[in-house]
Design a protein around this ligand. Structure first.
Ligand code: FES
Length: 88
């Protein structure tokens, strides 16, 4: 369905992101629909540096296939993955 497509998701688990709700994002794996299994690569990361740059928006941050998502939520990340997989 998605051929060889893999979407890489990096969730920041640095302090600023963690306290702003990033801790919840680390549970993302439990919310990935089974049809996407094998097509989503999930990774935690120490501070990505975006929290220090006010122009990037607010924590928590996630990066989906190179695209920075501020104020990230699980539904927000799932929506981005959906876009990247070309499902929408
Ligand atoms: S703690 Fe997440 S970008 Fe800095």
């Amino acid at each position: 369905m998605y051929q060889d497509k893999t979407v890489k998701v990096v969730v920041c688990s640095g302090t600023a992101c963690y306290v702003m709700g990033g801790s919840e994002l680390l549970l993302l794996d439990d919310h990935i629909p089974s049809r996407w299994k094998g097509h989503v690569e999930l990774e935690g990361s120490p501070c990505l540096g975006f929290c220090k740059n006010k122009t990037q928006g607010k924590a928590p941050f996630a990066v989906i296939d190179g695209e920075v998502l501020s104020e990230a939520t699980i539904p927000g990340i799932l929506k981005k993955i959906e876009e990247k997989l070309g499902e929408t």
